[in-house]
Design a protein. Structure first.
Length: 407
């Protein structure tokens, strides 16, 4: 067992100012669909929820320890301890849309939060506080193995929940948990997360997806906590689909605006408009996990994000050099508009859905695979290419009918 370097213990006087700042910092995001239904007003765990009624134990270090409290009546400011015996806490993970979560104690309805009682020492500790949705109360998981073991890290510090010092003889009479820099060899940072209710579904089925989801967000934001993320296609049998967009921006007749109108009465001549266009959303990338919850894993814009770049590599490997559709624009496109109608330009872009594996590697060299489905804009895949379509109110092409009202 690796023992963490001894550090000065924090003062037991945490101060109300720090608690107030933590409670007021930020607002919570919408509830993640995988989360349990436990709320602060009803702290009892939902026994049917996959992420309710949880036991957290640093099993690789000592399976007899469980995350809990030193006393039987914990309140705001109570620290967390690794206790022997039965599961001392009974926790639920209340998830957020990005895959992070709040750790809620079912006995009190309070949330674990990250505090730094003495900035000069640089230590961070987990303690209880009223659930506020603040970033200091958000954590994320990183998968350690296939036995239900995870690292639990703070969103605000990226430090790992650590029971090593709590198990060290020199730190016992107060074996308190801390948030410590993540170390690959530290068994005290590896937590087994298991359901406490007989017959309860394994939380790993959901927690794996949440871990991958948050890791992709970090990777796209170039966080130091994620070293790499690569995408390999395992199933490309899904049919191609089309997405349509209104792309015209201006015309020789009416200047700015996506449309060119011919106001002439019936029987008068057609109007030929010279139109300019640009498409800014052709790199939209949606990712969903096996629970069919979709997120945007990449963003539109002039620069490829790390996620969309890795997706492009995955698609190129599969289709022998085919690449995803780049942002495009054009000028001087002629559109003939009959009298009494308007004209515009639409673009139809092929999207190819695939199922594949994300291989996530963390800053301490740990890796896991997360399966997901991607729907990516493509060009040249299976013979499909984007098309620019000239539209008027009379045109029946699906790209025109879909964009007629400015969509």
């Amino acid at each position: 067992m690796m023992t963490a370097e001894p550090l000065p213990h924090r003062s037991r006087q945490r101060g109300t100012a720090l608690l107030l700042a933590t409670a007021l910092a930020g607002l919570g995001m919408a509830a993640f669909p995988f989360a349990g239904t436990a709320q602060a007003a009803d702290p009892q765990c939902d026994q049917k929820a996959v992420l309710g009624c949880l036991d957290l134990s640093p099993t690789p270090m000592n399976p007899d320890l469980h995350m809990g409290f030193q006393d039987d009546a914990p309140a705001n400011g109570s620290g967390l301890y690794a206790r022997k015996g039965s599961a001392a806490g009974n926790w639920s993970f209340r998830g957020n849309d990005d895959g992070s979560f709040q750790m809620v104690n079912n006995g009190t309805g309070k949330c674990v939060e990250t505090v730094q009682p003495d900035a000069s020492i640089g230590l961070h500790f987990p303690q209880l506080g009223d659930c506020s949705g603040a970033d200091a109360q958000k954590f994320y998981a990183q998968k350690e193995d296939d036995q239900g073991n995870y690292r639990i890290r703070s969103v605000t510090t990226d430090k790992c929940l650590d029971a090593t010092r709590a198990y060290s003889p020199e730190h016992r009479p107060e074996p308190e948990l801390e948030l410590y820099g993540c170390v690959a060899e530290s068994s005290g940072q590896i937590w087994n997360i298991a359901g406490m209710t007989p017959g309860q579904a394994k939380p790993s089925s959901v927690l794996d997806a949440m871990a991958t989801r948050y890791a992709l967000k970090q990777f796209d934001n170039e966080s130091d906590a994620i070293k790499s993320a690569t995408y390999d296609i395992t199933d490309s049998s899904q049919k191609m689909t089309w997405k349509y967009g209104l792309v015209s921006e201006s015309s020789s007749e009416q200047g700015q605006g996506p449309y060119c109108s011919n106001p002439g009465p019936k029987g008068s001549g057609d109007l030929t408009c010279t139109m300019n266009w640009t498409q800014t959303s052709s790199k939209e990338t949606n990712w969903s996990n096996t629970f069919n919850v979709g997120i945007t894993a990449g963003f539109s814009g002039t620069q490829k994000t790390p996620v969309t770049a890795q997706l492009s590599i995955g698609y190129s490997h599969t289709w022998g050099g085919s690449v995803t559709e780049a942002e495009m624009s054009g000028n001087g496109v002629l559109v003939v508009v009959p009298p009494g109608y308007k004209g515009w330009l639409a673009r139809k872009v092929p999207y190819k859905a695939t199922t594949g594996d994300w291989t996530i590697t963390t800053d301490i060299g740990k890796s896991w695979k997360g399966t997901g489905t991607v729907n990516q804009a493509v060009s040249g895949v299976e013979g499909y290419y984007p098309e620019l379509v000239k539209c008027t109110d009379q045109t029946t092409d699906e790209a025109c009918t879909a964009t007629r009202n400015g969509q």
